[in-house]
Write a protein that binds this ligand. Structure first.
Ligand code: TXA
Ligand code: MG
Length: 318
């Protein structure tokens, strides 16, 4: 389906004003955030929200994150527990999503939350996202701007590679600095649970809470979009590869991976590896050969990187 001519808008005042007009008219616009590009629509408009699910081929049971300009807008939609407010004060705007109980009269289209009584909220830090949220003035629903199950986009070119002709516009804000989706924290009563590893390390979240985060999946609440197979290149992907097999594209990490065709970080820097992860996977996939990835240490952002790599390696259709 290529029904639309997708415009590329510059992240200038004019481009942002045009993006806000498109959102107000119910159209879909890909917007840059510091994590990945999001596929944005008016979260109050049922047709716009239905369009997001259709453009991505996303299952209806997988709820969307609502992006907001400020904490007051978030508090109008949900009852955020005290621990959530502490995290919000420390990390908003930034790569943190909080899942909290919806307030009555929230005004969101029901499909945004997939019928749950909770909502996922985030205040992004990217200046173009903030400018668009301010210009638009309302809640913006935005999943990552990739066809469902594929690699997340960290440039406008990645967005167009997956969604050209399916959305009205992409606002080009350059490459995403964090490169991994937001960390998602939910609550079982007052206990904070890490529902998705992401752009803020578990250690940094726990330092603010002064307590350990519950494990994803151990409680009743989980992020329903956490499918085993996700972030998937077309090619097969092999993990913990200390050397490539013949024909494989080897993605290295650190200075020991001599001869790797691509590298997440030549110096072994986990923040750099996070920022480059999806771009390197897109580049490896474009070569049309099987992919092998060197081991990435399971500390700091390494746990979120390994989470994405395991899902990218999972058998398709799982
Ligand atoms: O960094 C990000 O979070 C990016 C940018 C665009 O903001 N967005 C993103 O959205 O990663 P998406 O749709 O790809 O992932 C959203 C995740 C899904 O796993 C979904 O199931 C979960 O958030 N989620 C949304 N609402 C939820 C809720 N009420 N309860 C539990 N999980 C929820
Ligand atoms: Mg996604």
């Amino acid at each position: 389906m290529r029904a639309l001519c997708t415009q590329t808008l510059a992240a200038t005042p004019e481009g942002i004003a045009q993006a806000a007009r498109l959102l107000s008219a119910g159209a879909l616009v890909a917007l840059p955030t510091e994590t990945v590009y999001g596929l944005a629509g008016d979260a109050r408009n049922p047709d716009a929200v239905a369009g997001i699910f259709a453009a991505k081929g996303r299952p209806q049971h997988n709820p969307l994150i609502v992006h907001l300009a400020d904490l007051d807008q978030a508090l109008a939609l949900a009852e955020i527990p005290a621990q959530g407010l502490a995290l919000a004060r420390a990390f908003w705007p930034g790569p943190l999503t909080l899942v909290a109980p919806l307030r009555a009269g929230h005004g969101l289209a029901p499909a945004v939350t997939a019928g749950l009584d909770s909502v996922a909220l985030r205040l992004p830090a990217h200046p173009a996202a903030r400018a668009l949220l301010n210009a638009f003035g309302g809640p913006i629903a935005a999943p990552s701007a990739n066809p469902s199950g594929r690699i997340s986009p960290t440039t406008a070119a990645h967005v167009l590679a997956g969604l050209d002709g399916r959305i009205a516009a992409v606002l080009d804000g350059g490459a995403c600095a964090v490169g991994l989706e937001s960390s998602i924290v939910g609550f079982d009563g007052v206990t904070a649970l890490l529902l998705r590893e992401g752009g803020i390390s578990r250690d940094a979240l726990e330092a603010v809470l002064g307590a350990r985060l519950g494990r994803d999946g151990s409680g009743k609440i989980t992020a329903p979009g956490q499918l085993a197979a996700h972030y998937a290149p077309r090619a097969a992907l092999r993990l913990d590869a200390r050397a490539p097999e013949p024909q494989e594209v080897w993605i290295g990490f650190g200075p020991d991976c001599k001869g790797a065709e691509l590298s997440l970080s030549l110096t072994g820097d986990l923040e750099e590896a996070a920022a480059r992860l999806f771009a390197v996977l897109h580049a490896a996939d474009a070569k049309g050969r099987a992919i092998a990835v060197a081991p990435v240490p399971e500390r700091g952002l390494g746990t979120a990187i390994n989470d994405r790599l395991r899902r990218a390696a999972a058998p398709k259709g799982a």
